[in-house]
Ligand binder design. Structure first.
Ligand code: FRU
Length: 547
C-alpha cells in the first residue's frame, strides 16, 4: 500500500515537473522592455530566455498572479528583432502576466518615488550590493555593482552599470555581466590596461578596460572580461577561469579580486583576492596568468590594497589593506607581500560594507564607494551606494590612521541656508534645526562640538536617537572610539541626511557612522542633546537631488 502511494506520488510529481517545464512563450522582440510583476509571497521559479535558438540566460524569480508587490523589467535591447523564447518551470499563467512595452512600469515616477534617496545612488529596480569595477576612463567614472534585476532580495547576481562625470550625478546604463555556465557574477574590479599587456586591445582601441570578477557556483573561480567601447559592453575571456584556487586555499570561499598595477614601466599586475580568512596576493604580467605570492589573515571579503602619503607627504608613504567590514591594516608592500606595521583598525560602522576604491583616477585621489545596507520600505529597489569619499592617512596621537571624507564634488550639491559665527547653545542650535522639517529634503549639518566635561551628547530625529557619544567611556554609538584630540571633548562633525539614511563623519573623517532613518512621518525634527556643551561654526545646507 505504502509503496503504491509513493509510486503514485512520484508519478504525480514527475507529471507536474514535465507539465511545469512545458510552460513556454515565444515572440518577436519589437519593444525595449519586458515588464514582469513580482510577488514575494510566491515561490521562485526558473525562467530561461533563449534568443534565436541559443540558450542565453536563466534566472530565478517569483511572478505575481494577483496584485504585485512591484514590477521589474528585463531590458530586451540585446534581442531586438530576434525571436525570444521563454521557458518556465512554474504555472504557464505566470507567463501571461508579463508584457512588452517601450517604457517600464512606473517610468513617469522614476527617481521621484516617495522613498528614493535623493543624493545616494540607487538602482532603478531590484537589489544591489557591492560596488564593482570602479574605474575612471576617458572622462567617465564607471560604477558597476552587484545587481539582482528580478527582485529586491539578493540573488541572480549580475553586474549593473552606471556612469558619472563628477562622482555625484549617475546615469544607470543597464546590466553588463550576466550569469553563465560558471555561475552567477560575484564582485570584482576593473583596470585600464594602458600598455595592452592583455592583448585585448585593438588598433582602433589599444587601451582596453579589463575586469576581474568571481563566478559563484559550487565553488568560486576568478575570471576576466574586457571592454573596448568605454565600458558599455563586457566581453568575457574565452579561456576563463584564470584562477581556480579552492584546493590550494583549502576553501570554496575565494573571491572579489581587486587588481592594480605595481611599479613603473617594468612593473606587474597585482591582485588582492579574498581567500578563506584573509587577503591573498597574486601577480601577473598579462592579467591572464596569475601566480600566488602571499597571504595576510584577518579580513573577510572584498579586499583592497593601496598606497597613500602620510599627512600628504609624498616622501612618506604607507600601504593600506582592508576588507569588507572596513577593517584595515597599515604596512608595507613590496609588490608581492603585504607586511603589517599596525594592528587591525576600523574607521567606520553602520550600513557601510564591501567598499572598493577607484582605479586610474585622473588626479591620483584614492576614492572609495561602499555598499549602503539600507532598505527603503515599499520601494521597488533595495540598498544604496554610500557617498563617495576620499581616503587619506593622518598621524594621530594613537598612530597613523585612515580618514574618509566625502569627495569635494559632493559639496556642489549643498545650498547654505544657515550659518553662525559664534558659539551656540544646544537650545539655539535646535531652534535653527527646527526650520528644516521636510522629510523629503536632504540636509547637511556641519559643526564643531565642544563639551565642557566628559558628558554624553546625542543627535535625535523625532525624539529617537540617531547617534550618541559618551566620552567618559570613549563610546560612539556603543562602540569604542578614541577621538583624535587628547581630551576627546572637542571634535568636528558633519552629518548628511537623505530620505532613508544618514552618514556622519566625525574628527575630520577619522571615524564615520551610517544608519537607516525611520521613514514615513510627514515631518522630521532633528535635535542635538547634551548638557555642558556648545556648538561652534554651525552651518546647515539643503542638499540638491542628483536625479
Ligand atoms: C560581499 C559579497 C562578496 C560577493 C558578493 C556577492 O557583500 O558577499 O564577497 O562577491 O557579495 O553578491
Amino acid at each position: 500500500m505504502k509503496k503504491t502511494i509513493i509510486a503514485i506520488l512520484c508519478l504525480l510529481m514527475a507529471g507536474s515537473l514535465v507539465l511545469a517545464q512545458e510552460a513556454q512563450r515565444e515572440f518577436k522582440v519589437n519593444q525595449r522592455y519586458l515588464n514582469i510583476p513580482i510577488d514575494h509571497q510566491r515561490d521562485n521559479f526558473k525562467l530561461l530566455f533563449t534568443a534565436n535558438g541559443v540558450d542565453s540566460l536563466s534566472v530565478d524569480l517569483s511572478i505575481a498572479q494577483g496584485e504585485p508587490d512591484y514590477w521589474i523589467y528585463k531590458d530586451l535591447s540585446a534581442y531586438m528583432g530576434k525571436k525570444l523564447k521563454l521557458n518556465y518551470d512554474g504555472p504557464s499563467t505566470d507567463l501571461d502576466r508579463m508584457y512588452m512595452a517601450d517604457t517600464i512600469v512606473g517610468q513617469s515616477l522614476l527617481y521621484k518615488e516617495k522613498l528614493r534617496p535623493q543624493f545616494h545612488y540607487t538602482t532603478r529596480r531590484g537589489w544591489t550590493n557591492d560596488p564593482n569595477g570602479l574605474v575612471y576612463y576617458k572622462g567617465e567614472y564607471h560604477m558597476y555593482y552587484q545587481h539582482n534585476p528580478y527582485s529586491t532580495g539578493w540573488g541572480n547576481m549580475t553586474w549593473g552599470h552606471a556612469v558619472s562625470r563628477d562622482l555625484v550625478h549617475w546615469e544607470e546604463l543597464g546590466d553588463v555581466l550576466f550569469p553563465d555556465r560558471f555561475g552567477t557574477m560575484f564582485s570584482g574590479s576593473a583596470v585600464v590596461d594602458w600598455r595592452n599587456t592583455s592583448g585585448f586591445g585593438t588598433k582602433a582601441n589599444p587601451t582596453p578596460i579589463v575586469y576581474a570578477y568571481t563566478t559563484h557556483a559550487q565553488w568560486q573561480k576568478q575570471c576576466i572580461a574586457y571592454s573596448l567601447d568605454n565600458g558599455r559592453t563586457l566581453v568575457k575571456y574565452a579561456d576563463n577561469p584564470v584562477i581556480d584556487s579552492h584546493e590550494a586555499a583549502g576553501s570554496h570561499e575565494t573571491r572579489d579580486p581587486k587588481v592594480f598595477w605595481y611599479g613603473g614601466e617594468d612593473g606587474h599586475w597585482v591582485m588582492a583576492l579574498f581567500e578563506k580568512d584573509g587577503n591573498s596576493i597574486y601577480t601577473s604580467d598579462d592579467l591572464k596568468n596569475w601566480t600566488y605570492r602571499s597571504h595576510v589573515a584577518g579580513f573577510d571579503e572584498c579586499p583592497d590594497l593601496f598606497c597613500l602619503p602620510v599627512d600628504g607627504d609624498p616622501a612618506n608613504k604607507k600601504w593600506v589593506t582592508l576588507g569588507a567590514a572596513g577593517i584595515y591594516m597599515i604596512g608595507d608592500f613590496d609588490g608581492y607581500k603585504f607586511t603589517p606595521e599596525s594592528g587591525r583598525h576600523q574607521n567606520t560602522l553602520g550600513t557601510f560594507y564591501a567598499s572598493q576604491t577607484f582605479s586610474d583616477t585622473p588626479d591620483g585621489r584614492r576614492i572609495q564607494i561602499a555598499w549602503g545596507r539600507i532598505s527603503h520600505p515599499g520601494m521597488p529597489f533595495h540598498s544604496q551606494m554610500q557617498l563617495p569619499t576620499e581616503l587619506t592617512l593622518h598621524t594621530t596621537r594613537d598612530g597613523i590612521r585612515l580618514a574618509s571624507n566625502p569627495v569635494l564634488e559632493v559639496k556642489t550639491l549643498l545650498d547654505r541656508k544657515f550659518t553662525a559665527d559664534k558659539a551656540m547653545s544646544v537650545e539655539d542650535v535646535n531652534k535653527a534645526l527646527a526650520q528644516f522639517t521636510d522629510p523629503n529634503q536632504g540636509l547637511h549639518i556641519k559643526a564643531t562640538m565642544k563639551l565642557e566635561a566628559a558628558c554624553y551628547t546625542a543627535f535625535k530625529m523625532n525624539g529617537a536617537e540617531v547617534f550618541d557619544y559618551n566620552p567618559s567611556f570613549g563610546l560612539f554609538n556603543g562602540h569604542f572610539y578614541s577621538t583624535k584630540e587628547i581630551s576627546g571633548l572637542e571634535f568636528p562633525i558633519e552629518i548628511y541626511i537623505d530620505r532613508t539614511g544618514v552618514e556622519v563623519f566625525i574628527d575630520n573623517g577619522l571615524y564615520s557612522w551610517s544608519s537607516p532613518l525611520v521613514c514615513g512621518s510627514d515631518t522630521r525634527l532633528f535635535e542635538f542633546e547634551g548638557w555642558a556643551m556648545t556648538i561652534h561654526d554651525l552651518a546647515i545646507d539643503t542638499v540638491a537631488s542628483i536625479w
